[in-house]
Design a protein around this ligand. Structure first.
Ligand SMILES: [Zn+2]
Length: 428
């Protein structure tokens, strides 16, 4: 007799509930939970009480710039301007092989950290769209292991660099999923608004999403989030709109910010905060006291707006650090957003899981909803050697095991440190 399940994962501990539970999987989907008879399974996997989490989501990463830090030069000032200058020199000699090698390694690093859904930014400033072609190729190659959304990103602007409008359209034709804009880097407020109109118009016509680099500056006068919200409403793109960074919001006056919260809530767009890079890029030109380099995560979240956290750059001309572990972003946010309460730490885990899934508009392609894994959902999950959300953010371990649609796709052996005590080494 064929078993009821292809696989039963025994003794997994769901976050928030103490008792271990079993997960039955059939055809890559959740087919049962609770105390399941292992006899009805073709295969079993004993989780031995490990903490079970939904997959991590990375809603904003640059696969084309990843792993280029120091080539051709190090960004010694640490500024955005120097980063852009170095990247401009580097991108002049991009080849397919170069992008494939770095982007593939980056995807594999993310997989090890339990990221199964990723939204990639790819600069389309190169007329040959070499990087875009390479990342689209990887999207197909890794389709069975990771959901990759590819964003045509006009780093040099749309109005400032008019060729980018046609290139974004070409990128969509080639298979990109979404478009972007960088309104605060356009020459004037009006041109910034125009760049957003062009990006939203294109997305609306082509059925793409919009993922805006929005107000990534400490300039309190940079108010493009309101334009994104207004256009999200006018076009009906709603939850298909993401506003990344939104740093200027930290400097808005309170009456204006309160009005903005209502508009953003109504629009259905997601805020994608990038705590790692923004902690070093922002606050840079402030006199003391200095800003903390992060958008108002807590306030957006409390207002009922979806907030996701992104890890963003990994060893780029803009940020020389970065591991690819989403828990690093949560750790930085816990500090900069003053979110170290136990419930708040759990909320931060929500922002690298379900919050990210909502920002990527994944719908039922993401298995977990409101902390639960309904039957029929994809059997994709992570197993961690950690007590709870606070412990995860404190230790930032790799998942011991990463399951994707019922299949083990990555595992990490635990690190073990021993100290010499008297006659023998003892584990710390
Ligand atoms: Zn970025």
């Amino acid at each position: 007799m064929a078993g009821r399940y292809d696989l039963v994962v025994l003794n997994a501990r769901l976050a928030g509930s103490g008792a271990p539970t079993d997960i039955g999987i059939r055809d890559g989907a959740i087919a049962g939970k609770g105390k399941l008879a292992a006899a009805g399974a073709a295969e079993t996997f004993d989780a031995k009480g490990l903490l079970l989490l939904p997959p991590f989501v990375e809603p904003h990463v640059h696969l084309d710039t990843a792993l280029t830090a120091g080539d051709p030069a190090w960004n010694e000032s640490g500024t955005l301007a120097e980063g852009i200058a170095i990247w401009t020199a580097r991108k002049a000699r991009l080849t397919r092989e170069d992008v494939i090698a770095r982007a593939e390694r980056t995807i594999r690093i993310y997989l090890g950290y339990g990221v199964l859904h990723m939204r990639a930014m790819v600069d389309i400033g190169d007329p040959k769209l070499t990087a875009l072609q390479a990342v689209l190729e990887l999207r197909e190659r890794y389709r069975e292991r990771i959901d990759l959304q590819v964003t045509a990103f006009p780093q040099d602007g749309i109005v400032s660099c008019p060729d980018n409008e046609a290139r974004m359209e070409e990128a969509l034709r080639m298979g990109a999923d979404g478009v972007s804009a960088v309104p605060h880097l356009e020459a004037t407020r009006e041109e910034g608004v125009l760049s957003l109109r062009k990006a939203f118009g294109l997305a609306e016509r082509k059925g793409a999403y919009v993922h805006v680099f929005c107000d990534e500056t400490d300039d309190a006068a940079s108010r493009f989030l309101e334009v994104c919200a207004s256009l999200a409403i006018a076009t009906g793109l709603s939850s298909r709109v993401g506003a990344a960074h939104a740093n200027a919001a930290a400097y808005y006056n309170e009456p204006y910010f309160q009005k903005l919260l209502g508009l953003v809530k109504q629009s259905g767009l997601s805020i994608v905060a990038c705590p790692l890079i923004n902690s070093v890029m922002q606050g840079r030109y402030d006199a003391y006291p200095k800003g903390r380099g992060l958008t108002r995560i807590k306030e957006f979240k409390r207002a009922g707006i979806n907030v996701a956290l992104a890890h963003d750059d990994i060893r780029t001309p803009f940020y020389p650090l970065g591991t690819g572990n989403p828990l690093d972003a949560a750790h930085m946010a816990a500090h900069l957003a003053h979110m170290c309460g136990r419930a708040e730490l759990a909320e931060l885990i929500g922002m690298i899981t379900e919050g990210g899934a909502a920002a990527m508009n994944l719908g039922t392609a993401y298995g977990c909803r409101s902390g639960d894994f309904p039957e029929g959902a994809p059997a994709s999950f992570l197993l961690f050697d950690a007590e709870d959300a606070a412990d995860l953010i404190r230790k930032r371990p790799s998942p011991r095991y990463v399951f994707r649609r019922g299949r083990l796709v990555a595992e990490t052996a635990p690190a073990a440190t021993s100290l010499r005590d008297d006659e023998s080494f003892l584990r710390v």
